[in-house]
Design a protein around this ligand. Structure first.
Ligand SMILES: [Zn+2]
Length: 143
């Protein structure tokens, strides 16, 4: 179902519970952090959260409305972070890729995904694992 897939990527539909989501503030995502002093910035950010399970959520860009991708659970959040930690240095240090654009072009080709869907925020657990493997094996190939 194409429409459902689009809603998932926009954070409007929970792929785990098959339900709608709501836009909430960081206080709802991190209820135990509300007494921090000074108040961390991520508490004032907006997140899309599953209506049925508050552990299913995704952050938004600086506009506080565009989701960073699909809702994630604990396992997927861990893999997204691992993915960024493996992939980002490839272009940030300019050791492998001279720009972020070139790095995403490469990853999109490897993942056989359109460029607009080549983001860790949109990947499933399996896609994150594949992407991490591609990055790790990069030393063995010419780009
Ligand atoms: Zn859910």
């Amino acid at each position: 179902m194409k429409e459902e897939a689009e809603k998932i990527i926009k954070g409007q539909f929970c792929p785990y519970c098959k339900c709608e989501t709501k836009l909430v503030s960081g206080d709802e995502v991190y209820p135990h952090r509300t007494n921090d002093d000074p108040r961390p910035k991520f508490l004032d950010k907006k997140y899309y959260m599953c209506l049925l399970n508050s552990n299913h959520y995704v952050g938004t860009y600086s506009d506080n409305i565009t989701s960073l991708g699909r809702l994630a659970d604990t396992e997927l959040r861990k893999l997204k972070n691992q993915g960024h930690n493996t992939f980002d240095p490839l272009w940030k240090t300019k050791n492998i890729f001279q720009s972020q654009k070139l790095a995403y072009d490469w990853l999109s080709e490897k993942m056989e995904l359109p460029l607009e869907l080549t983001h860790f925020g949109m990947f499933t657990v399996e896609q994150c694992k594949r992407a991490i493997e591609f990055c790790k094996n990069l030393d063995n190939e010419n780009v």
